[in-house]
Design a protein around this ligand. Structure first.
Ligand code: MG
Length: 426
């Protein structure tokens, strides 16, 4: 049985007057949602999303978790449609849930928006989720650098959020439940104020998950507290899983920012094919500019990019798998090329014949006169005709060792030479 321990903390921060973040931390489900939208919109969106998620999660599976996130999306979307004051509200949502089936217990992860799930494993922090933000997409496509992303005028625009359109694509992964793994779910108010190395050090230093969560929130406030801050720290106290790569369950498409985004190799093959939710992405990208008004004040301003902190754990493992795949393709191409070239050389080297002397005997050899690369000619036929039986002109002809296109041509040549020689019967 997997045993979990957790702690959580949230705070309005130093600038905002209300806390639009919501969270839930109780086994088997851990959620952080960062609401956005004017008036009470953001608050309502994040709270309704978590409430709906909790109420609709029918079974402990990642597929059910994804489905519940989609139901939550529909509920927030409908509320926003029905209430003029809430129109345009939306929320991010990331969640970790203990899931199980006959294969055993695992952790299911889902994400929509730019709240994050980090993993601390072996003392090293890695970011498991990908932000669904405009600048993150542009960086991934190589259109802007990470430095440019920091000052990008649209750095607070999300490309995916709950409640913006009738359907939403949900990123999902599964992780083995590994004893000693520590998960951090947090809103951008944390990682925009606290650098990943500091997050990592704090998570390593404080064994108690509640203390760690409170300390992270305190550090974010100390760093400026320009946004609402939420942290949920989840420890796998006892787990049956062996350390392994995260399995991404849905390879959700990138937003409508061009076909260069999301190359296939950034999305590991899904182990469970979940029905796609087409059109959600484009609509979300178009609409979230409206939904994200609440983060204008200070959401990302002054924050540092939160790159993966250290080269280990799940994210690097994903990269390693990508590298392995590329290496494999490279090797296959290389072997094919070498094989192809080898075949050509072999065909060229062995595809012709010539007449020569072996000692004093006239023979037909297969190959190129003098050999070609590492293909040496070999005697194909002995004729029994010796040098002394040939006229000088024939000897010269044999010594010239000229290539013949086929064995037949070589045999014709030998016959011609013998006809002009003194060989009996010629
Ligand atoms: Mg926020």
């Amino acid at each position: 049985m997997t045993q979990l321990r957790w702690g959580q903390a949230t705070d309005t921060g130093q600038v905002r007057s209300i806390n639009q973040d919501s969270m839930h931390a109780d086994a088997p489900l851990f959620v952080v949602a960062d609401g956005m939208g004017g008036h009470r919109g953001g608050e309502v969106a994040s709270a309704v999303a978590i409430e709906t998620l909790l109420g609709s999660l029918a079974e402990p599976s990642t597929a059910a978790l994804v489905e519940s996130v989609q139901i939550a999306n529909g509920t927030v979307f409908q509320r926003a449609q029905d209430d003029a004051e809430l129109r345009g509200m939306g929320t991010t949502l990331c969640a970790v849930a203990l899931v199980s089936d006959e294969a055993g217990e695992r952790l299911g992860l889902v994400n929509v928006g730019d709240s994050r799930v980090y993993l601390l494993r072996g003392g090293a922090l890695s970011q498991l989720t990908e932000d669904h933000s405009l600048v993150e997409s542009l960086v991934r496509q190589g259109r802007i650098t990470e430095d440019e992303a920091l000052v990008h005028p649209q750095r607070n625009i999300l490309t995916r959020a709950l409640g913006i359109s009738a359907s939403v694509d949900v990123d999902a992964w599964e992780m083995p439940a590994v004893t000693g793994d520590r998960y951090l779910l947090c809103s951008d108010g944390l990682f925009n104020e606290v650098e990943p190395p500091v997050i990592e050090a704090t998570l390593r230093k404080l064994a108690d998950p509640s203390e760690a969560a409170h300390e992270l929130v305190r550090l974010a406030n100390e760093g400026g507290g320009r946004d609402n801050i939420t942290a949920v720290v989840l420890d796998v106290v006892e787990g049956a899983g062996a350390a392994a790569t995260a399995t991404r369950m849905t390879a959700a498409a990138e937003p409508d920012l061009g076909s260069l985004g999301a190359p296939a190799d950034t999305a590991p093959q899904p182990v469970v094919a979940l029905p796609p939710t087409p059109a959600a992405e484009a609509e979300a990208a178009a609409a979230t500019g409206v939904a994200d008004v609440a983060t204008d004040v200070g959401g990302l301003a002054g924050g540092d990019p939160p790159p993966v902190a250290s080269p280990s754990s799940a994210e690097p493992e994903r990269k390693r798998r990508r590298v392995t795949w590329r290496v494999l393709v490279f090797l296959v191409v290389l072997v094919s090329l070498v094989g192809g070239v080898g075949w050509l050389v072999s065909s060229y080297a062995s595809g012709s014949y010539f007449v020569a002397f072996d000692g004093d005997e006239v023979v037909i050899e297969q190959g190129r006169p003098g050999g070609f690369l590492f293909w040496e000619p070999s005697i194909e036929q002995r004729t029994g005709t010796v040098r002394d039986e040939l006229r000088p002109v024939a000897v010269e002809r044999v010594e010239a060792e000229s290539s013949q296109g086929s064995l037949g041509e070589a045999e014709d040549l030998v016959q011609n030479l013998e006809r002009t020689s003194s060989k009996p019967g010629a």
